[in-house]
Design a protein around this ligand. Structure first.
Ligand code: WT7
Length: 654
């Protein structure tokens, strides 16, 4: 076996076929997909052109489909003009004006239903308020709000007037907010006094004040939504309440027609090193993937209530909350708070109370809720659920089975969706009613997405189950256009290999004998143990399959003989093991990994903590863990950690 490519060590053999019942009603049929794939093969740009005509309402139709003259800054539908907010709102009013667009539930239990007609009025009025504050086409607007319906209103209002929003997750610090506002040279910040999370207010306005005190020279105004009412300082001349800003503004606002390539938004994502990257998305290409994936992968229909639990601070909350479901005219649910307030049944109670039929969340949330036991979800009526989804990391088979059996009651297909902030929408994901599912695999690339796994020369890896670089071999409409203000970083990050021909996702993956994709980890995180290259995600997946383990992260540390040794950081169910109990557990876990995937993957060092250091988006802070594994001083910013004590526990100091 070659030691060059990354080796796969996990085996999963269960297969779940779609039910006849699901197949009969699915939005997309196997015959459609066969035709689409054929069309994409014979006439790639024609395939995308047809979809863009079918799914988007254009003010000026496009005549050019793909312009690659500025590659790798590919342009799609570039002489067409549209407005994204028009496509999400206005076009539904004639036949769906009174339909509920958003059901909002606050953490304290307040509920508000907003129809499409009302949402259009709210968006238009707020768009007029933004204009009155001097915001125009192309201006950057920071949105730093809790997960409330007004977040979607603010995003849609920007889209309506051609302003470029950049949503900053409400859990980020003043420092992070300042960096993003300055990089984007934002003119205005939209925030709230606070948000409700975990039973207490999140101090959003205070963070904005601190960021502006530290220096955001471009920011002229701050619009403040009153949400928690807990009393905040307002600076005369700079800060204005949301309700005052909209007061007297018309509830009608003509959409600003923009070019297809006009930037719809920036979204900052932290790279593994260096400063955050302002991922820049287009209007039309982005919208198209948002529409087709909500329709195909989530099978959204007029009768559904869709709930994506992601915050609007992440790309998932853009494509599967703020834009996609609205563009399809779906009813969706938005929940403000934590999944465990007042208790660990909150998500399931919301599903029951609002008759949620499609539910999309992250594996880490599933594992966290799973540890409270089956009785919690079993005490709610989840019978309306008909489809489930996951995103963010591979879902370990144990969590997949729990999601399938307990939440989905064995009748809901699970869509494991692989994509990235950069791709704007799902890339590799099952099609419900068509794809047979394998727990832990994101299955196949969607029609029109030419994904592959290649070696470092760019050749397809022919052997089944042999790992390599995950690439997308043709430009696609929803791909990022650049990194804001940094074209060279864009080229270096995403097109560094293969003569710039393929988009490099940065993940390692393999394709199995049935053509299924399995994500193994980030390329930067690959372990090299005695000449075997192993993906971190697989070792982690094996560890979390142990009945006592909730979360696991593995990193490498230099080892004289093996090259790298594996260090595992673990959170257990119940209390953190210490002393003899910890020693016993370590032996058990080493034996477990040896049995699950083989002795080469056995961790040399295992440490327990009450939690793992994760970014607010749930990504494990691997650089921090690598430093801990090597016993180095901590230089990373740990201020965003929910529990800073875990760092000391992992260092063995507590
Ligand atoms: C990275 C992108 C896409 C929205 C949420 C995260 C990992 C994402 C999966 C999946 C395995 C996954 C990849 C990817 N990832 N989905 N279904 N299976 N890994 O967005 O912060 O841009 O992260 O998340 O490593 O590259 P993001």
């Amino acid at each position: 076996m070659s030691n060059n490519n990354i080796q796969s060590i996990l085996q999963e053999t269960r297969i779940f076929e779609p039910s006849d019942e699901f197949i009969a009603q699915a939005n997309i049929k196997a015959t459609d997909v066969a035709l689409m794939k054929q069309k994409a093969e014979e006439d790639y740009t024609g395939f995308w052109g047809d979809l863009a005509k079918e799914h988007i309402d254009w003010q000026t139709p496009f005549t050019t489909i793909l312009d690659d003259s500025k590659a790798p800054h590919y342009q799609w539908f570039s002489d067409g003009r549209l407005n994204v907010s028009y496509n999400c709102l206005d076009r539904h009013i004639a036949d769906k004006g009174d339909k509920t667009a958003i059901i909002f539930e606050g953490e304290p239990g307040d509920i508000r239903k907003i129809s499409y007609k009302e949402l259009l009025a709210d968006v238009s009025q707020f768009a007029n308020a933004l204009k009155a504050q001097g915001v125009g086409k192309g201006d950057r607007v920071i949105i730093y709000l809790p997960m409330v319906a007004e977040g979607v209103v603010a995003m849609q209002a920007c889209a309506r007037i051609g302003a470029i929003h950049s949503v900053v997750f409400g859990g980020f610090s003043a420092e992070a907010l300042k960096d993003r506002a300055n990089d984007a040279e934002a003119k205005i910040i939209i925030t709230a006094d606070g948000g409700n999370r975990g039973g207490k207010p999140v101090e959003l306005k205070k963070a904005v004040d601190a960021a502006l005190d530290a220096g955001c020279p471009s920011v002229e105004k701050v619009i403040v939504l009153q949400r928690t009412n807990h009393g905040v300082d307002m600076q005369e001349g700079r800060d204005i309440w949301w309700h005052d800003a909209i007061n007297g503004q018309s509830t009608e606002c003509e959409p600003e027609w923009v070019d297809a390539e006009h930037p719809l938004f920036l979204l900052y994502t932290s790279g593994s090193t260096g400063k955050p990257k302002g991922i820049q998305h287009s209007s039309a290409g982005y919208l198209l993937q948002a529409i087709i994936t909500n329709k195909w992968v989530f099978d959204q229909k007029a009768s559904d209530t869709f709930w994506c639990t992601a915050d609007i601070g992440w790309i998932t909350g853009h494509t599967y909350v703020a834009y996609g479901p609205l563009a399809l005219g779906t009813t969706q649910l938005i929940y403000e708070g934590a999944p465990t307030v007042p208790d660990s049944g909150r998500f399931w109670k919301i599903c029951q109370d609002h008759q949620v039929s499609i539910f999309y969340t992250a594996p880490t949330a599933i594992r966290a809720l799973m540890r409270f036991g089956d009785d919690v979800p079993n005490s709610y009526d989840l019978s309306k659920l008909r489809l489930l989804g996951t995103v963010g990391e591979p879902i370990n088979p144990e969590a997949w089975m729990w999601y399938h059996n307990v939440i989905g009651q064995e009748k809901c297909p699970i869509m494991d969706t692989w994509w990235q902030t950069e791709t704007g929408g799902h890339m590799i994901a099952p099609l419900p009613g068509i794809t047979a599912l394998k727990p832990g695999s994101c299955t196949h690339a969607l029609p029109g997405i030419i994904a592959d796994v290649v070696d470092k020369e760019g050749n397809s890896i022919e052997n089944a189950n042999e790992g390599g670089f995950l690439v997308i071999k043709k430009p696609f409409p929803s791909m990022l256009r650049t990194i804001w203000n940094d074209d060279s970083r864009y080229a270096e990050t995403y097109w560094p290999m293969f003569d710039g021909k393929y988009y490099l996702a940065g993940d390692s993956a393999y394709i199995d004998e049935d053509g299924y994709f399995w994500i193994m980890g980030r390329i930067d995180d690959v372990l090299n143990v005695s000449g075997h290259r192993l993906g971190t995600m697989e070792v982690e997946s094996a560890l979390v399959a142990h009945p006592s383990v909730t979360e696991a992260a593995v990193v490498g540390k230099p080892h004289e003989v093996k090259g790298e040794a594996i260090v595992a950081f673990i959170t257990c169910k119940g209390d953190r093991p210490t002393g003899d109990k910890a020693d016993k557990m370590i032996e058990e876990l080493r034996a477990w990994v040896a049995k699950e995937i083989g002795p080469i993957a056995k961790p040399d060092d295992i440490r327990f903590a009450d939690g793992l250091p994760k970014t607010r988006s749930g990504k494990i802070m691997r650089r921090l863990l690598r430093a801990i594994a090597k016993g180095e001083e901590i230089t990373q910013d740990t201020s965003t950690l929910e529990n800073e004590a875990v760092v000391e526990q992992l260092q063995g100091k507590a």
